[in-house]
Every structure is written in C-alpha cells, then in structure tokens.
Design a protein around this ligand. Structure first.
Ligand SMILES: [Mn+2]
Length: 334
C-alpha cells in the first residue's frame, strides 16, 4: 500500500492534465476527496477537471470548487486530451454512471479508495480499507508530497471525514484523528460550518420526507432490526428529490436495541435502492454482496427490482436469518 501511495504521487508529479471523478449518488466523502485532490493538483500547477455524472446536492455547494464540477455532458463537449484519470471513493467503475465509458478510454487510471470490496480497477490502486474516509487518503497524499494545506484542500478533506464518520460517531475521535482535524482547522476549515452543512442544512421538502420515513419506521426486537421505506408517491407528496432522502437510514439506529437499520427507497417505479447501517458486530456488507451491491461493514447498499412487499420480505428475511445465525459479540443479543 505504501508502494501504491508512492506510485500515485509519482503520477501526480509526472502527468500534467488530470480528470478527477467519484461515484454516483455522491456523498461528502466522494465529493470532498475529489475537490481536495483537484485543489491539491492545481496547487502543483496541474490542469484539472472534475466530472460527475449527476447533480451535486445543494448542501455540498458550500465546498470550494463545487460550482466547477462538470456534468457528463459538459465534460464531453469540452473533452480534450488528458494524462491521468483519478477515481476517488469508488469501489468499482460500475458506480460511475456514464463516466465509466470515459474511464475505459483512459491510458492511466489512479484509484484512491477505502472500500473493502474495491475491485482494484486502476493502474495504480491506493486502496486502504482501514481508513475511515477516502478524504483521509487524500490528506496522506498531500503529506507525502509535502504540499502545504490551504482552505481549498482542508475544507473538502474535513467534510469527507465528517461525512463518513457520521460526525465522528462511527470512528473513534482518537488522538491521531484529533491531530489531523486540528491541522485541517488550522489550515482554514471550520468544523462547525462543515457539521452544519453535512447534518443540519436541509430544505423543507427533505424534512417533510423525513417525517414520512419516520411514520413508516418499524422495529422488530426479535432480531434488532429497524426498517423504513419511501415510495415514489412519498417523494411526490413532499415535492422531494432523491437527494432529500440523504441520512434517513441512520435514524433506525437511534433505537437503543437496534443492531441493523434498513431503508428502502423507490428510485423508479418498483426499483428500490436498499441502504443498510449497523452497529459493531453485524456485517451489512455481506448482505449487500449477497444482493449484488457493496459498501462497508457498517454501511452498505444495493438495488432490487420488484414490488415493495416482495423486496421488503426478501431483504428482511435474509437479514433475520443472518442475525439469528450470527455468533454473539460480547454481551450483545444476536
Ligand atoms: Mn467514503
């Protein structure tokens, strides 16, 4: 891995024209890592473009450089030659949407990620599943190349860390992390501003949608599982977009006995995006893999087609069987 980090730095020193991209349904870590890396490369005098197949959610527009993210169409119409394609926070190219086609034409791909199921699709693969956020890997690259941090680099890095650690709840805010956060703050990142945008800056349509999801919330104590769902009708009733459902899956784990939270989101008629979250001890990545998706041990997801009742029964049935077969962790009921 150290070798891959060095190889990534070599590419960054040697090449001059870069494209940086991240996964669809972009989150604070994907976007933060991409924008931080773009700023880093620009600081090294490189030509950089950030492309993303989707719309950047409004609550991330405070990030420096977010306005300059190119849509797939805009990127293609101005497509020039490039030396290296950098993909951040993305476990496999299938998650890039139409940008995957551009990736296949690239002669040099650098893959920077922390997903345990990363398919190592790059020519250089700086992949570290022990890192709580891809943005921390960008931080490591800045250190390795001795590029001094500034607000354009520090703000997106800290946003990535805050997003993927759920505001330092999913990963321990230990001394190393404190030191890094301190350095990012000293370089111009405001932790309170970032926390506000990531967790508390939502339009009324999103809050109404959350209300509906909470009305649908069900908890089954027999296997510690909280579930909720949103249908296309719910989105229409609230005049809400897909991005308005961000973070809803986390609410199930507010329940003291909950070990797993499952959220079914209808993204097209009878097409569901299923998101899972868990506490320590329940591996939701194995559930996502079973249904053809991916993610992390405590946060994963996949898509499934069918009527809600069937999707719901299939997924909860599988999770229930898994929970009952699991070896108990500590004093936790399994
Ligand atoms: Mn991430």
């Amino acid at each position: 891995m150290k070798r891959e980090k060095k190889r990534a730095c070599e590419v960054f020193h040697r090449a001059s024209r870069f494209v940086v991209t991240s996964h669809q349904n972009i989150d604070g870590d994907g976007l933060g890592s991409a924008l931080a890396l773009a700023s880093l490369l620009k600081k090294m005098g490189k030509e950089v473009r950030v492309v993303y197949d989707g719309r950047v959610p409004y609550f991330y527009l405070f990030l420096p450089g977010a306005e300059e993210v190119l849509s797939y169409e805009a990127f293609c119409s101005s497509f020039g030659s490039l030396d290296a394609f950098v993909v951040v926070d993305c476990s496999n190219p299938g998650r890039l949407g139409r940008v995957e086609e551009l990736l296949q034409k690239a002669s040099l791909v650098v893959n920077i990620d922390h997903h345990p199921d990363n398919s190592k699709f790059g020519h250089v693969n700086f992949v570290d599943p022990s890192s709580p956020a891809s943005a921390l890997l960008v931080y490591e690259l800045a250190r390795e190349m001795r590029i001094p941090l500034d607000a354009n680099i520090a703000v997106p890095i800290l946003t990535g860390i805050v997003t993927d650690t759920g505001g330092f709840q999913f990963a321990e805010l230990n001394q190393t992390m404190f030191t890094i956060v301190g350095e990012l703050v000293a370089s111009g990142a405001s932790l309170s501003t970032i926390m506000h945008h990531v967790f508390r800056y939502r339009r009324i349509e999103a809050l109404k949608l959350l209300g509906r999801a909470l009305e649908h919330l069900v908890f089954d104590p027999s296997y510690g599982c909280a579930t909720t769902y949103l249908t296309q009708e719910d989105f229409a009733m609230c005049n809400a977009q897909e991005e308005d459902a961000e973070g809803i899956v986390d609410y199930g784990l507010y329940i003291p006995e909950a070990e797993v939270s499952i959220f079914f989101k209808e993204i097209a008629p009878e097409v569901y995006k299923v998101s899972l979250r868990s506490r320590q001890g329940f591996d939701v990545l194995s559930v996502a893999h079973h249904f053809g998706g991916g993610g992390h041990r405590k946060a994963a997801g996949f898509k499934m087609v069918g009527p809600l009742s069937l999707v719901y029964e299939t997924v909860t049935g599988y999770v229930k069987a898994l929970a009952q077969n699991m070896t108990c962790v500590g004093e936790k009921r399994c």
